[in-house]
Design a protein around this ligand. Structure first.
Ligand code: C5P
Length: 246
């Protein structure tokens, strides 16, 4: 996919510590089959011919380390890469990444470093939907599990039974992934306007009252969060290597 009239950049927030994976290096720097998760994520964005710039948002004290890491791994020459230090929250890190974009970027993808294996077709599908006129596009999948809403018990010890308050109808729910794609000016406005703590960028656009649409996600775009996810990610990489030499 290439289109001389639009310029697409990807911002990768990679400044989280990833405490749920257990002790060790920041999550984005953990290796999957010998290659840091962040490198896989940068390659996943650069795999799209539409993406001409990737901005990596590094841990605040780790920008130099991330620059060295990027220099040590093969990445496509046609993609420019910038590294900026991140902030205390994901939202702040994304905003710092947006601030670093040069003029002329029309479409921005925001992609979690913690989703290293998203296939290029998913990335291109998101970009295409923004090009077709959507201001905010999110890849998503139906849920396998039924979801319960609970009333969290304040200061309860872990494992304390929690009262259920509702069961949303599963067929109306979707689990959302990244990269989320945006019209550049809309996302910048959302980050200037919305100050509530949010877990994804699209919800900020929703808070502006603008439409957000979902496109099909992919099971390989899962977020590496817990130790078992590392096992699954390495199995996906092994399968790719066996089937297409990737
Ligand atoms: O913690 P969570 O898994 O939701 O983080 C999602 C993404 O946001 C990760 O790629 C993480 O590195 C990034 N993040 C960040 N800055 C923070 C916290 C998280 O860039 N302060």
């Amino acid at each position: 996919m290439s289109d001389a009239t639009t310029r697409t950049a990807a911002v990768i927030p990679a400044a989280g510590r990833g405490v749920r994976l257990g002790p060790g290096a920041p999550k984005a720097l953990r290796a999957l089959n010998g290659t840091p998760m962040l490198i896989h994520a940068v390659r996943a964005m650069a795999a799209s011919r539409a993406v001409s710039l990737v901005v990596v948002v590094a841990p605040p004290d780790g920008a130099a380390e991330v620059k060295t890491l990027l220099a040590d791994h093969a990445l496509p020459e046609r993609t420019d890469i910038l590294v900026v230090p991140g902030g205390a929250t994901r939202q702040e890190s994304v905003k710092l990444g947006l601030d670093a974009l040069p003029p002329g970027v029309d479409i921005v993808l925001v992609h979690d470093a913690a989703r290293p294996l998203v296939p290029v077709d998913t990335v291109d599908g998101v970009i295409e939907a923004v090009r077709d006129g959507a201001v905010a596009v999110v890849p998503a999948l139906p849920l396998a599990d039924t979801v319960k809403e609970v009333a969290p018990v304040q200061d309860a010890a872990p494992g304390t039974p929690e009262p259920v308050v509702a069961t949303p109808e599963r067929s109306r729910l979707r689990a959302v992934q990244t990269p989320q794609g945006f019209d550049h000016d809309t996302l910048v406005r959302a980050h200037r306007t919305v100050t509530d703590d949010v877990t994804d960028d699209a919800s900020m656009v929703e808070q502006l009252g603008l439409p957000v649409v979902l496109v099909p996600g992919h099971e390989e775009a899962f977020k590496v969060t817990r130790p078992l996810d590392l096992v699954l990610a390495e199995a996906v990489l092994a399968r790719r290597r066996a089937t297409d030499g990737f």
